[in-house]
Ligand binder design. Sequence first.
Ligand SMILES: Cc1cc2nc3c(=O)[nH]c(=O)nc-3n(C[C@H](O)[C@H](O)[C@H](O)COP(=O)(O)O)c2cc1C
Length: 457
Amino acid sequence: MVKQIHLNGFIQNSPSPHSTGLWKHDKDQGTTHNSLAYWVEAAQILERGKFDAMFIADVLGTYSVYEDSHHAAAKGAVQLPAHDPLIPISAMAAATEYLGFAPTISATYAQPYALARQLSTLDHITGGRVAWNVVTSYLESEAVNLGLSSRLPKELRYDRADEFLEVVYKLWEHSWENGAVVYDKDRDTFADPMKVHLINHEGEFFHVPGPHLVEPSPQRTPVLFQAGASPKGRDFAAKHAEAVFTKNHSLDALKEYSADIRRRTKLQGRNSEDVRIFPMILPIIGSTEEEAYAKYEDLTDHVSYEGTASLLSGHTGIDFSKYDPDQYIEDMETDAVQGNLDMYAKDPNKKWTLREAVKNHGLGNGTVKFIGTPEQIADKIEEWAIEGDVDGFNIAQTYSPGTFLEFVDHVVPELQNRGIYRQEYEGKTLRENMFGKGHVHLPANHPAKKLGITQTQ
Ligand SMILES: Cc1cc2nc3c(=O)[nH]c(=O)nc-3n(C[C@H](O)[C@H](O)[C@H](O)COP(=O)(O)O)c2cc1C
């Protein structure tokens, strides 16, 4: 059977979160992100296109590295406003049947006991269509608004996230046994208390006795997404993630990333294909190649320089207001998003000036652009999927939800005609649609399954 491609849609609860300034475009509806109609429409488009999931990025702070101020971010709508990613999900689930939802929640600022309850509740009411994008957060402004005096060092953030996952695994997988809920009216028993266990977690960061507040949901553990790019982030993904997102601007960089993730996954005692790899792409579609390139120019004209520079400053932790636009971006270690800096600082093919990086970063957060006719974009998708050894793509947008709409109307049928993309969903839960029918729960070789709890009642 030819390789089957999976797709996710990349979005955020903000006006034009990944293409700075595109809220000004005539075709953009991002400024209506504060309405349910916007979310329901976007979800229905993705479901019509048989996408696995809507991936909802999030930050809990402002982009205020640039000029040490939030002003450029506020002026340019640079992920500000930033509304909650979880709240629209129930409404979207009610308007769809198969589409999964992958909200981002930070393991640095959430509490595992409460987060486990939120995601279990969503997994129940969506019928098993929820994922969690586990992030460790990169903005200083998140730390200072959420109870810390400054951002934790990256190593510590990942250590905390590792223990965080241990706690939620215990709650999701081991607190309530299968068959605990009996609904026995004659014995006045809703659940058999002998099958509802404390987890008694005692660790370095968390003390959580339990038990979990929610009876087992269809998937128990939501599908786990991750996007770490540093060595520690990659090890974290290799240990825990079922799907990883990555952002590259060359096929060579993608090849290196996917080979490395698959190698690290095996070192964790898992199979290399247990982690689905989804690079992000930005499609710019025209009925001719010429039209597509003209469209690219028009979209670029809508990008805000200062807004994008403030986005890039937040992503990399470097205040680019101090840079000359023609200065080269320097290679260094950052406590923000290493992958975002490496894209420009470690590119073996080119030295990037700030001006060039800003131009690139302004559309689709700097990810690779596939520009052309639907056939040309499908060719690229096939080439990158096979040569890059990846399982599918995360589709970014310029104007929203119009980019999704054009992709679903023009590129999806082309992929289906080539026999490399589903005509129908395989299952009802998100994990089944990503891993195949019957794969409702985490596999036995996942670390969540191997944990034990001290079983006291
Ligand atoms: C494609 C992609 C999407 C990401 N989305 C988010 C996000 O929505 N929110 C967030 O706080 N971090 C996000 N990140 C950041 C990572 O999850 C991670 O916390 C960050 O990259 C720092 O770790 P690293 O240096 O190991 O990459 C994303 C990263 C990538 C590559």
